[in-house]
Design a binder for this molecule. Structure first.
Ligand SMILES: Cc1cc2nc3c(=O)[nH]c(=O)nc-3n(C[C@H](O)[C@H](O)[C@H](O)COP(=O)(O)OP(=O)(O)OC[C@H]3O[C@@H](n4cnc5c(N)ncnc54)[C@H](O)[C@@H]3O)c2cc1C
Length: 387
């Protein structure tokens, strides 16, 4: 019996991947995830790897194709076909789906209770069960029905909840300090570095989208959880952007010198606009108070070095994220080391199993979060079917 608080289950599948549902990725390893123990994540992924996901969806009538970055989408490019196939399969397997049944709590039933050891309290009455699978998701997109209630249920049943933050969330920039408003709507490749207590903790690379509130796009979404976790832990957190992914100051500065030698009459602005979108070039020069009309031959050394530094390490004044309403995932959740990696069963509460995003696992963008849901769901289902 499947209880879902939402009247129309699968809301997240419908909105996922721009309504096309990025079902999984050609290559998924534990390095694509953050949160709980990598060894547990690895074991769960190995039990139901990508090939099995592709075969499963093929069997239920959803063939997949690959796109940039190894992302796998349904051939029809319609998320609703993925949901329809899963609901058909739920029915074929003989599961009873009770939509519009919100679970308020799950409590241990008194020993010897008829029906099982767990009492499920819903907004439509109570029932008991020997086995309960908690698949409530995290807190991202709360209007879909995943609003963090699962964390409270798991906590009542004895689990440690690793404090949650949004993950894969657009980032807000300080309006007084940043150039985003001037370049809203522009995107380009970038490398973001998250600094924790004065040292680079992680660098992520990908497409960045400037918006009216700050930054979005895959690279900003991937970086968000690191900034938010650092802040949650009370650390000193900062973020910098490199407009030349992979390059460091010396590379960038040597590049300017080469360009100056090769093309001394070119303007700084035009040269910069050959590296980044023209509007970004103009905004960057304005922010640095540099004269873009100067020719490379007359570009002072100090100014050149200032620009080289800014190209590879400009401060990005992040003030926060757009929160769970706009996040695609949740970092934190049920502590993974309290779960048996071979069955997803709880070490804390007999009869309880936890799967998916309610656990302290969050993947980067590209189909990884769904793969975690498929793999952990399979591991739980196999164990429960085996009794
Ligand atoms: C906008 C958006 C786009 C995304 N795109 C992608 C993508 O393309 N690829 C990808 O891999 N990942 C994507 N994700 C992430 C992915 O959707 C989630 O990681 C995944 O859906 C998690 O699956 P889950 O089953 O654990 O939880 P969920 O999908 O959140 O499902 C939880 C279910 O539990 C129900 N529920 C919660 N609490 C209760 C309760 N108390 N009582 C009864 N029912 C309850 C909810 O109604 C919901 O139906 C996206 C997420 C968002 C928000």
């Amino acid at each position: 019996m499947l209880l879902d608080g939402a009247r129309a289950p699968g809301a997240k599948i419908l909105v996922s991947g721009g309504s096309r549902c990025n079902v999984t990725n050609t290559t998924v390893t534990d390095r694509d995830f953050w949160g709980g123990k990598p060894s547990i994540i690895r074991r769960v992924l190995r039990a139901f790897p990508v090939e099995d996901t592709v075969a499963f969806f093929g069997e239920i009538g959803v063939s997949l194709h690959e796109e940039a970055g190894g992302k796998l989408f349904p051939d029809t490019n319609r998320a609703r076909d993925v949901l329809a196939a899963l609901l058909r399969e739920t029915d074929r397997a003989g599961a009873m789906l009770l939509a519009g049944h919100r679970v308020i709590d799950v409590v241990r039933a008194p020993p010897g209770s008829p029906g099982g050891g767990l009492r499920i309290v819903t907004d439509r009455g109570e029932m008991t069960a020997a086995q309960v699978v908690l698949a409530t998701g995290g807190q991202a997109l709360p209007k879909s029905g995943s609003d963090g209630a699962g964390f409270a249920i798991a906590k009542h049943l004895g689990h440690t909840i690793v404090p949650a933050t949004p993950a894969l969330a657009p980032l807000l920039l300080d309006a007084a300090d940043a150039m985003h408003a001037a370049v809203s709507g522009v995107s380009h490749d970038a490398e973001l570095a998250v600094w924790i207590d004065g040292a680079v903790s992680i660098r992520v690379t990908g497409s960045l989208l400037w918006t009216h509130f700050g930054v979005s796009g895959p690279v900003a979404l991937n970086a968000s959880r690191h900034w938010l976790r650092g802040r949650l832990e009370g650390r000193t957190v900062a973020m910098t952007i490199s407009f030349r992914p992979g390059a460091r100051f010396d590379d960038a500065d040597a590049d300017w010198q080469r360009r100056a030698a090769a093309n001394p009459k070119a303007s700084v602005q035009a040269t910069l606009a050959s590296m980044v979108p023209a509007s970004v070039a103009a905004a960057l020069l304005r922010q640095l108070s540099l004269d873009g009309a100067a020719t490379l031959a007359h570009f002072p050394r100090d100014a050149r070095r200032t620009l080289s530094r800014a190209l590879v390490e400009s401060p990005l004044p992040v003030t926060g994220s757009r929160g769970y309403t706009f996040a695609e995932a949740t970092a934190g959740g049920v502590a993974l080391d309290e779960i048996d990696a071979g069955t997803m069963a709880s070490h804390r509460c007999p009869g309880l199993t936890c799967v998916g995003e309610v656990l302290d696992v969050d993947g980067r963008i590209g189909g990884f979060n769904f793969q975690w849901a498929w793999s952990s769901g399979f591991v739980a289902g196999r164990a429960l079917a085996a009794g």
